[in-house]
Design a protein. Structure first.
Length: 251
């Protein structure tokens, strides 16, 4: 996949991994459009990234997505890359009676999984019309091995992983390539509650994405994700132990 002269949409692009991807792609000669639901964070991102376009939209809301797609079709008809990075996660043990696991799971599943399906489906006609195009779904190391502290988030990312594989197979004879970006723990505001300060910098994830796009590496296992994946292949039980070794310290 080419890594310059693309028109790229990034959901959840105003901070963290999405921001660093937007910054790197913009610096490499791509037209970048970021989407987020927080107007103030979008404004801050625009100041830092003056070449990047910003559109306020909540990808978990059907009407917002409908308007977003209409705007993209009107203003960015050459759109040829979609990076689905928007995410929701809540720290909650499944046996905590003071939290509603169903409502938490519903929120996470809608943003992390179902909203991706909706946006991809609406943008596929545009993407298929380009000479070369890509969809990048951002999942996580927990798509392989779940944990105690983000159980329904992990379930939503496992669903996204399965869907991404099916989408790749579906589009294998088209111009649209399907990638999955699988970060480990990353130091962002998003991961603050789970010791995110111990994670890698989001710029590392962005750089790995750019390299993998160029080399057509479709499952992009960044940093410790690659190690957990290899351990999972050899011993799922050991991988589960390693992933949950420090969970008690977060209670």
């Amino acid at each position: 996949m080419k890594t310059t002269n693309n028109a790229v949409l990034i959901t959840g692009g105003s901070a963290g991994i999405g921001f660093e991807i937007a910054k790197l792609l913009s610096e490499n000669g791509n037209e970048v459009i970021i989407v987020g639901r927080d107007e103030s964070r979008l404004e801050e991102a625009k100041i830092k990234l003056p070449k990047v376009k910003a559109i306020r939209a909540d990808v978990s809301k059907a009407n917002d997505v409908k308007q977003l797609v209409a705007t993209l079709n009107r203003l960015f008809p050459a759109l040829n890359m979609v990076i689905n990075n928007a995410g929701r996660a809540m720290l909650h043990p499944l046996d905590n009676i003071n939290q509603d696991s169903y409502l938490i799971a519903e929120d996470e599943m809608l943003t992390n999984y179902l909203s991706v399906i909706r946006l991809n489906q609406l943008l596929l006609p545009t993407l298929k019309g380009q000479k070369e195009a890509a969809i990048v779904n951002v999942s996580s190391v927990v798509a392989y091995v779940p944990g105690l502290i983000l159980p329904t988030y992990a379930a939503s990312k496992a669903a996204l992983h399965s869907y991404t594989t099916s989408l790749r197979l579906t589009l294998s004879n088209t111009s649209v390539k399907v990638f999955e970006l699988m970060p480990p723990l990353v130091n962002t505001t998003f991961s603050k509650e789970i010791n995110g300060h111990k994670g890698i910098h989001p710029s590392v994830v962005a750089e790995e994405l750019l390299t993998s796009l160029r080399d057509d590496v479709f499952e992009i296992r960044v940093g410790d994700t690659a190690k957990i994946y290899e351990l999972f292949l050899s011993s799922p039980v050991e991988a589960l132990k390693v992933m949950n070794a420090n969970s008690a310290a977060l209670d």
